[in-house]
Design a protein around this ligand. Structure first.
Ligand code: PNS
Length: 160
């Protein structure tokens, strides 16, 4: 049974993330969504809020073989602790590349057993990012095409 770790801030989960999770099932049997505690990032939703939104979405959509776990510290240590060697990441525009290239290179230097597999975002999700979703929602825009309803509700509560 192959296990993949899909790490990120998920602040909040978007339809782009869900697409990557669904498509990853073509090459892994189980997925752990590893939610980083945020490190020094400015975060809108605390860890519990982010976990709850993802869990509700997974349950409501009946997404199988996917669990959520928070982690702090190095991602490679979390991956090792879970006894796997697969990291899954989504890639959107070229602008993502530099950041992902550096992270993958550093993770590889830290543990060369661990491989990062990238999935290109589907064209309908190319422009969705958690940051833009937060901005649109903060300015009262409609984000229903970009996030699951479970997340849209929580965004509305934050910015009401
Ligand atoms: O969704 P994000 O914010 O782009 O995800 C970034 C994340 C959580 C994958 C990255 O910040 C990370 O791996 N953090 C854990 C700390 C770590 O291992 N840092 C070194 C990576 S080179």
């Amino acid at each position: 049974m192959k296990l993949g770790i899909y790490p990120g801030s998920f602040d909040p989960l978007t339809n782009g993330h869900i697409d990557i999770i669904e498509r990853s099932k073509k090459f892994v049997d189980n997925i752990i969504i590893g939610i980083s505690d945020g490190n020094n990032k400015k975060i809108l939703f605390n860890l519990d809020e982010r976990i709850n939104m993802i869990n509700k979405t997974i349950q409501n959509r009946k997404i199988k073989n996917v669990t959520v776990e928070p982690f702090n510290g190095l991602l490679v240590n979390f991956v090792k602790k879970k006894e796997t060697n697969i990291i899954i990441r989504g890639l959107r525009a070229v602008s993502d590349f530099e950041y992902e290239f550096q992270m993958t290179g550093m993770n590889f230097k830290l543990n060369s057993d661990i491989e990062t597999i990238f999935l290109m975002a589907s064209d309908k999700n190319q422009l969705i990012s958690s940051n833009l979703v937060k901005e649109v929602s903060r300015l009262n825009g409609n984000v229903s095409k970009f996030v699951p309803p479970e997340v849209e509700i929580e965004l509305k509560k934050k910015f009401k």
